[in-house]
Design a binder for this molecule. Structure first.
Ligand code: C6P
Length: 415
């Protein structure tokens, strides 16, 4: 066993995730390596949500009765936990949303429609997830704005050599993924943000793959907006957050209209609530926010630096073992200090979907496809890849199981 693995006490962590302790069929234990799509949930999160429904379910910010006050306190406490987790200046800078996708759309509809016009420029990267491309394509079509893309090098890094040109002219927004969900690259967001700000642009960071796996500090990154989903970080589906610099959130119009986002309504018009209430129209996902708060407690209790170090060690081991398998090509940086635990690969003469299906027979859950990053796959002339993605509860033995399953899949194809 590797020393970093012992540092984390993975066996104790696995005991917190009952779902991991199962066989997908008799004698075939589950090896869950699809964490970039969605992580599993510890008991602490499941119980926090259960507790809310069993003991104090009520609507928030509306009632003056005991249950509503308790639910409101728990909901707002969850917001404060999320704010502290990413070092936001205040809990008012955290807007609860359903997921990272909704957060990007909120920024696009609210901030983008006011601040981006005909001829303006939006700079994105070739490694963005569709969630940080399609909303901007919609806006560019509506407004007549221009989209520019920072290209990706063969080894999976952003090619910043033409950044000065890309940032020239009326650039209003730079959108960049912190950690790629395909090649795993951790991008130099602080450097890009500094250059974007010098060019007069705002910066939106897609942190859907970084916040769950490493310490993220919105102030150190100097992000104007940062988005992530709860379900990839041990929290429930239907939870997520938009971080927005308070001064920006204050000036932005609402995304949706309805209850709770107003201070006063007359038949003639309405006055908006303070942030973040202005962006949370209607009854929110209360149990999900409380679950996300419990996930933050769980991850912070273990320590993001330890989690990151563990994943780095597992990824280094996976890269080494995958390299032994004839015909396997792994995409992304070879240097594990520059990447996270997302490992996309191809195997000669085998379709990525066939690989995923065959390793599933041996209990190994991986994802195959374009992972909602088609432009990045086009960059490598690939229709799809197979992807193993690791988290705090994965072991070195599970990497061995993946490699054994790949050898078995190869032998099926050789028949
Ligand atoms: N990536 C994957 O398997 P949502 O679906 O809103 O929770 O997250 C969207 C998203 C945005 N940015 C990045 C970098 C992402 O990886 C994802 C989700 C999953 O890679 C599902 S496609």
């Amino acid at each position: 066993m590797n020393s970093v693995e012992t540092l984390l006490d993975v066996e104790a962590i696995r005991a917190d995730f009952p779902i991991l302790d199962q066989a997908i069929k008799p004698g075939v234990p589950l090896v869950y390596l699809d964490n970039a799509a969605s992580s599993q949930k510890p008991l602490a999160v499941i119980e926090a949500m259960n507790d809310y429904y069993r003991r104090y379910h009520a609507n928030v910010h509306r009632g003056i009765h005991a249950l509503s006050e308790k639910a409101t306190a728990a909901y707002e406490e969850a917001r404060a936990k999320v704010a502290a987790f990413i070092n936001a200046g205040s809990r008012r800078e955290i807007v609860f949303v359903r997921n990272a996708t909704e957060a990007v759309n909120l920024v696009m509809y609210s901030w983008g429609r006011v601040n981006i016009g005909a001829g303006d420029v939006i700079v994105l990267t070739q490694m963005e997830h569709h969630a940080n491309i399609v909303p901007w394509q919609l806006l560019a079509q509506e407004k007549g704005a221009e989209l520019r893309f920072i290209p990706v090098t063969e080894d999976g890094f952003l090619d910043l050599s033409d950044l000065d040109w890309l940032l020239s002219g009326p650039v209003k927004l730079v959108g960049v993924v912190h950690m790629s969900n395909v090649v795993g690259t951790i991008n130099p967001v602080a450097e890009i943000a500094a250059r974007a700000h010098a060019a007069g642009a705002r910066v939106l960071v897609d942190a859907a793959q970084s916040v769950p796996h490493m310490q993220v500090d919105v102030q150190a990154l100097d992000a104007d907006f940062l988005v992530f989903s709860g379900h990839k970080m041990c929290g429930p589906t239907g939870s997520g957050a938009l971080y927005g610099r308070r001064a920006l959130l204050e000036t932005m119009p609402p995304f949706m209209g309805g209850g709770e986002m107003i201070k006063r309504v007359t038949l003639e018009g309405a006055e908006w609530n303070d942030v973040p209430g202005k962006f949370e129209a209607g009854t929110p996902a209360i149990a999900e926010a409380i679950g996300l708060g419990a996930a933050v407690d769980y991850l912070a209790g273990i320590g993001m630096d330890k989690i990151h170090a563990h994943e780095r060690a597992i990824t280094a081991y996976a890269l080494e073992r995958l390299d032994e398998v004839p015909g396997v090509r792994v995409y992304g940086p070879a240097d594990v200090s520059k990447r996270g635990g997302v490992t996309a690969f191809t195997m000669e003469d085998m379709h990525p979907h066939d690989i995923a299906q065959l390793v599933n027979e041996m209990g190994v859950a991986v994802r195959a496809g374009h992972h909602c990053a088609m432009p990045l796959h086009q960059r490598y002339n690939l229709p799809a890849t197979t992807r193993a993605s690791f988290y705090l509860y994965n072991t070195f033995e599970e990497v061995d199981r993946l490699v054994e399953a790949l050898y078995a899949a190869k032998s099926v194809f050789a028949l």
